[in-house]
Ligand binder design. Structure first.
Ligand code: ACO
Length: 411
């Protein structure tokens, strides 16, 4: 199977092949943009081509920045639009696309790539592992009373008082505000991806970026500067469920203020937050711990390490220590034994022939890399081998981060 780059001239063939692979029909054009694929970068799209010249498979990559633990921003490729025509599956087209693409990403000097997996069985063989998680949280309004914070009354109350205000606007009228607030939030949130300006201007993606109508509650600080927003819609009919696409802010008190605002909305019976980190404090803020029902916990961002020492030395670290990792990368036919030493938040990673503490697949290293999965969980699952009794605990202490990774961006 030959892998070929698309050109501006055959980009429409890329779009139609990809839609056919997903069993979809391209959406008709609408005023004001809104087609998710319009954000694709034509020069980063690949075709899988059969010997008789038929284009049967596709893979693309977006240019994003990912926030690593320690608020370190690095360029990553967001792999997307991966598909093979139903008539040509299980003949190695995807494997050829992945091999070609990983080589290309390395040639760009990138040490990480990321994707959202349509099915969890596809990508581990290519070295990707689930690295951030997300959940839904549904709160009936009558159970949503907020508890008084036990430590410092008022400290986390985030109520809309003299220090802040909330205004409701339509998403079509506040694109710039959302873009600015999102950009500030994603820089401090490990696991978050940038949303390039191109996405907002093309209105490509899911709400609140897309033209689908939404209300947006914009929070402003005492000086009137926007510092958070919540995008939502209210289902008509009997259920009167408020569906919240995302609450975006870098400030916990602003998050609380926005959550209170949504939960106090008249003519709403329950509020369903679509996309919250699995350990978000919101649940703990209700007087009734069962007031919020967690639903649909799932993986979100999958990560692939393309350069193990490069990736390990790039992120921030929160505990001193050292560990020897023996890492297998079967898809790329690579193996490395690395001594990782952390001092004062920075890591050094060098080849070693010392006995390993842990032996693991590169996809498992990806799962622990952002701090969203404890190495000991994968040891207990039988995926990572701990070579002595204290190895898993040492790895847990070393890889732990100050904040769980979370990614909201859909691509
Ligand atoms: C980031 C994104 O874009 S996610 C979107 C992924 N795309 C889709 O879900 C669209 C619908 N599905 C498809 O287009 C295709 O089935 C693909 C792209 C998932 C797979 O393409 P194929 O060309 O059939 O894959 P390929 O032949 O290279 O298979 C490689 C291996 O993966 C396995 N595999 C491929 N797809 C799947 C799957 N969905 N579930 C389980 N195993 C799979 C194959 O069995 C094969 O295993 P083997 O090496 O042990 O024989």
């Amino acid at each position: 199977m030959e892998i070929r780059q698309t050109t501006e001239q055959d980009f429409d063939v890329f779009v139609s092949t990809m839609h056919a692979a997903f069993g979809l029909h391209p959406e008709p054009p609408v005023d004001g943009g809104g087609q998710w694929w319009s954000a694709l970068e034509a020069d980063r799209c690949l075709f899988a081509v059969t010997a008789d010249g038929k284009r049967v498979g596709t893979a693309g990559a977006h240019s994003f920045e990912l926030t690593l633990p320690g608020e370190v921003l690095v360029p990553v490729s967001g792999v997307t639009a991966v598909g093979v025509l139903p008539s040509h599956r299980r003949q190695g087209a995807l494997s050829s696309l992945m091999r070609h693409q990983l080589a290309e990403l390395r040639a760009r000097g990138e040490f990480l790539s990321v994707l959202l997996a349509s099915e969890a069985l596809i990508y581990r063989r290519f070295g990707y592992g689930p690295a951030t998680y997300t959940a839904g949280l549904t709160v009936p309004r009558h159970r949503a009373a907020f508890a008084v914070p036990r430590v410092v009354a008022g400290a986390a109350s985030g109520s809309v008082g003299p220090s802040g205000s909330v205004e409701v606007v339509r998403s079509s009228d506040c694109g710039e505000v959302m873009e600015e607030v999102y950009d500030r939030y994603r820089r401090s949130q490990p696991g978050a991806l940038s949303r390039p300006h191109r996405w907002w201007s093309l209105r490509a993606g899911q709400p609140p970026i897309s033209p689908a109508p939404r209300y947006v509650a914009v929070h402003r600080d005492a000086d009137g500067v926007p510092d958070g927003y919540a995008s939502y819609t209210i289902e008509p009919g009997a259920s009167r469920t408020m569906k919240v696409d995302e609450v975006v802010t870098a400030d916990d008190a602003v998050h609380t203020a926005l959550a209170r605002f949504l939960l106090e909305h008249d003519l709403v019976s329950q509020v369903s937050f679509k996309h919250v980190p699995t350990d978000h404090p919101l649940r703990w803020q209700f007087e009734d711990f069962r007031g919020g029902e967690v639903t649909g916990v799932g993986d979100w961002l999958w990560v692939r390490l393309l350069d193990v020492p490069g990736a390990l030395t790039a992120r921030g670290w929160f505990a001193d220590g050292e560990i020897v990792l023996d890492v297998e990368d079967p898809f790329l036919g690579e193996h490395g034994r690395h001594l990782l030493t952390v001092r004062d938040g920075k890591a050094d990673c060098v080849p070693t022939d010392r006995e390993p503490d842990l032996s693991l697949d590169v996809s498992d290293l990806a799962s622990v890399y952002l701090g969203g999965t404890a190495p000991s969980t994968l040891v207990r699952a039988g995926h990572v081998r701990a070579h002595h009794p204290g190895a898993a605990a040492r790895a847990d202490a070393l890889f732990r981060t100050d904040r769980s990774p979370h990614c909201l961006h859909w691509f």
